[in-house]
Design a protein around this ligand. Structure first.
Ligand SMILES: NC(=O)C1=CN([C@@H]2O[C@H](COP(=O)(O)OP(=O)(O)OC[C@H]3O[C@@H](n4cnc5c(N)ncnc54)[C@H](O)[C@@H]3O)[C@@H](O)[C@H]2O)C=CC1
Ligand SMILES: NCC(=O)COP(=O)(O)O
Length: 374
């Protein structure tokens, strides 16, 4: 069985302790299947010190990726950083001196997946501003992974951030950019390319035959016919029209403020929103512990917990591993769907399976059905 490659994240954040906590929950429990085997790409001594500091009885085995699945039942498999770098980090005190190890863990994990030695990359959180201090040129994993997906110098694919949970999935069309730059970056082309990638990956990777997309407006009331901003009318609406003409089931732009309550959520699989916070606030409100960040549009699978480094609680042993566990499980399901040995049909991974409702065959004519009983 090909294991998942889990990155270190910022070693002063909660990533290392979450890896230990996730491994401690590896066995099947009622309602929760066993965790798929994974290995952490890190300094094994640092991982051992982290475990003993937290009083966790987690044996650590330094191995290569090929041995990870075999040892997983009895020890947390750790693949050493290729440079052999030793990490010294104080929980809650991020230090740019560790940025090299943080980045090396990501590049090594991607290399393992590209070489077929891991089935997917699962990333622990990084603090972008710490990496920026050593000249890291990307605003986050999402953009960095797109660059790693191609040979140096080749044009990178457009990476699309989706935060997924069984109750809601969202996609920010612009990602890590200042709010004041959104109107200039939010082009018809970007909306169309993003929506096409979402539709394609939901079909191919998540097994949804007819994914239902909606696009949230940018301005209040989706611009109120151009009286509260023109982007909805002049950029978003024509993009939706072209996408629909190309056979993609997408509606919008719809007013953002009425798009995320349960009856509205029951009418779509994924909501695209023009800005980062428009997309991420609803899902982190509804599913903070279960949300998974998935990068679409890459030639390999990458998932991550939806939260960040949580420096404020690092080293206290109180960080919840739920989102990392959800990320490991989803990466495994996506990898199985992508495997050449998969069964005849891909597993359908649920979207907005709100209260166990059956999915409507096609989008209803209105935004949502006000008489709907949930
Ligand atoms: N995928 C990634 O690498 C991500 C990285 N970040 C980075 O994380 C850093 C901190 O970002 P914040 O906005 O403060 O978000 P955050 O998610 O790190 O923390 C927000 C709040 O949630 C709590 N929290 C987070 N994860 C938790 C967990 N597993 N269990 C219990 N409580 C938890 C924290 O203690 C804090 O109070 C930033 O530098 C940002 O760049 C943020 C999001 C994702
Ligand atoms: N807010 C989500 C986030 O920052 C995740 O970014 P990335 O590091 O996964 O690109």
């Amino acid at each position: 069985m090909t294991p998942l490659a889990l990155t270190l994240g910022d070693p002063a954040g909660i990533g290392p302790e979450l890896a230990l906590a996730a491994w401690a929950r590896r066995t099947a429990q009622p309602g929760h299947p066993a965790l798929p085997p994974f290995f952490l790409v890190a300094d094994p001594d640092f991982v051992e010190r982290t475990a003993s500091r937290l009083g966790l009885h987690v044996p650590v085995a330094e191995i290569d990726p090929e041995t990870a699945a075999e040892v997983f039942s009895r020890a947390l498999p750790v693949v050493a950083l290729p440079s052999g770098t030793a990490i010294a980090a104080e929980p809650g005190a991020p230090d740019p001196a560790n940025a090299g190890a943080t980045l090396e863990s990501i590049t090594a994990a991607v290399g393992f997946v590209q070489a077929g030695r891991a089935s997917a990359v699962v990333t622990n959180p990084i603090a972008k501003y710490v990496l920026t201090q050593v000249g890291f040129a990307y605003p986050g994993h999402t953009e960095f992974l797109a660059a790693l997906a191609v040979p140096p110098g080749a044009p990178a694919p457009l990476p699309v951030m989706m935060i997924w949970s069984e109750d809601l999935a969202v996609v920010p069309v612009t990602i890590h950019v200042p709010l004041r730059r959104v109107p200039e970056l939010l082009t018809q082309d970007l909306v169309e390319r993003t929506a096409r990638i979402v539709a394609q990956d939901l079909r191919a990777r998540f097994g949804l035959a007819q994914p239902r997309l909606v696009l949230s407006g940018l301005n209040p009331h989706a611009g109120e016919a151009g009286t509260m901003g023109t982007e909805d009318r002049d950029v978003l609406a024509p993009a939706v029209e072209r996408l629909r003409a190309a056979g993609i089931d997408i509606r919008g732009p719809l007013p953002a403020d009425t798009l995320f309550h349960p009856r509205a959520r029951a009418t779509y699989d994924v909501a695209l929103a023009p800005t980062h916070d428009q997309a991420l606030i609803p899902i982190k409100t509804i599913a903070f512990d279960d949300g998974v960040n998935v990068t679409l549009g890459l030639p390999f699978i990458r998932t991550s917990p939806d939260h960040g480094t949580a420096f404020d609680i690092a080293g206290q042993g109180i960080a919840r591993p739920d989102s990392l566990i959800a990320a490991l499980r989803l990466a495994d399901r996506l990898a199985r769907n992508a495997s050449p040995d998969r069964p005849e049909t891909a597993e359908i991974i649920p979207f907005n399976d709100y209260a166990g409702r059956a999915r409507a065959a096609s989008a209803p004519p209105s935004h949502f059905d006000p008489t709907d009983e949930l």
